[in-house]
Ligand binder design. Structure first.
Ligand SMILES: *Cc1c(COP(=O)(O)O)cnc(C)c1O
Length: 362
């Protein structure tokens, strides 16, 4: 019923990608990152599959996402990666047994004050090892860490930092960040658990693995590494963006298609109209020639992407027509390819898909 455009997500592929992460970082615990609605895949669904498949913890961006996980029945530790935005949130953090990644001295003081022995707050301390976004400085980190580790109101998880250039693993900047975090840990009398690696580091920088790895993108089957595809890394796309052809048009040589001057036929062209567009998160920056599959055969888009419609070339696919299945993103059209065409990264392609798309889980 209704518009045939939909997102279909595969539990099997998600569990497979988690297994790839587990195999690559077999000595580390895994905090699966499911912020931004699990990179557009559906937060509750993805977390349910990941918990069942052996994830040890979850990372989210804000308390609202943490609350959704608890309401969905997730029992693993859940960490809010930017900590709280206002001390008011601490009440819900404690009531729902959520964890915090603390990056600011005020957050640290609030937790030391509010945490109780009966319900200690799970905490990582974020250290700025070179990203210069969030985190306490490496110089100040040992003092904060010692106080947190000693506090009975804190369930101490250790030091956490984030890598700025892991997508280009050969960059020496990466080794500098790894060293920095290890040096801070070495200043603590009892040492402490460490967490640094995102997907790219998990896949390409084994020295960065430490105690907790934090994969996000790779779980969803896309490659975080420049110049390497998800398939080359053994990953499977989890999400299929699908629709059907709702009309077939015939262009004569010289005729223009759609808005503006996106495409002009040089010879007779058979066009399929697909009811999905930038209003669904399919990027308008994609130009004529973007790969797409119709009836599981490769072809290309034509002209400008509209808000609710996109055109596909059926000239070489005479057997396809109205009602043919169209794959715009998925195993046959990886997010990396769309990202390149739209001048962005696979992250933005995936988490840009809109909720107005019908969702089917399997
Ligand atoms: C988003 C995020 C991750 C996961 O990054 P990927 O590149 O998607 O693997 C890990 N850690 C932190 C702090 C993050 O914000």
């Amino acid at each position: 019923m209704g518009r045939p455009s939909r997102v279909r997500v595969s539990a099997r592929a998600l569990a497979h990608n988690l297994k790839v992460a587990q195999r690559q970082a077999s000595d580390s615990r895994i905090m699966t990152i499911v912020k931004a609605d699990a990179y557009g895949h559906g937060l509750e669904w993805a977390a349910g599959v990941l918990e069942e498949s052996g994830a040890h913890a979850f990372g989210v961006a804000c308390i609202e996402e943490g609350i959704r996980l608890r309401e969905a029945g997730i029992r693993c530790p859940v960490f809010i990666l930017e900590g709280f935005f206002h001390p008011d949130e601490l009440r819900a953090v404690q009531a729902l047994d959520l964890g915090l990644v603390l990056h600011h001295p005020e957050q640290i003081e609030a937790v030391l004050e509010e945490g109780t022995e009966a319900a200690p707050i799970p905490c990582f301390l974020k250290v700025d090892s070179g990203m210069h976004r969030l985190g306490v400085s490496p110089r100040e980190a040992p003092l904060h860490a010692e106080r947190l580790a000693r506090s009975p109101g804190v369930a101490w998880y250790g030091l956490l930092s984030h890598m700025a250039r892991a997508d280009t693993p050969d960059d020496p900047y990466n080794a500098g960040q790894i060293d920095c975090l290890r040096r801070v840990a070495a200043m603590l009398p009892d040492g402490c658990p460490l967490s640094l690696a995102n997907s790219a580091a998990l896949l390409a920088l084994p020295h960065s693995h430490m105690d907790w790895v934090r994969p996000g993108l790779m779980l969803f089957g896309a490659s975080p590494l420049e110049g390497r595809s998800g398939a080359e890394l053994g990953l499977e796309p989890v999400l299929h963006l699908e629709s059907r052809v709702i009309a077939v048009r015939h262009l004569e040589p010289g005729q223009w298609l759609g808005y503006g001057t996106g495409f002009q036929a040089e010879e007779p062209v058979r066009v399929g109209v697909v009811p999905l567009g930038y209003g669904d998160g399919y990027p308008r920056h994609l130009e004529t020639g973007t790969p797409v599959r119709v009836g599981d055969k490769p072809t290309r888009t034509l002209g400008r992407v509209c808000m609710d419609m996109t055109f596909v070339d059926l000239s070489s696919l005479p057997e396809e027509g109205e009602d043919s299945l169209v794959e715009l993103l998925g195993p046959g059209v990886p997010a990396e390819i769309l990202a390149r065409g739209a001048g962005t990264i696979p992250y933005e392609i995936l988490c840009g898909l809109r909720n107005r798309l019908r969702r089917v889980t399997q």
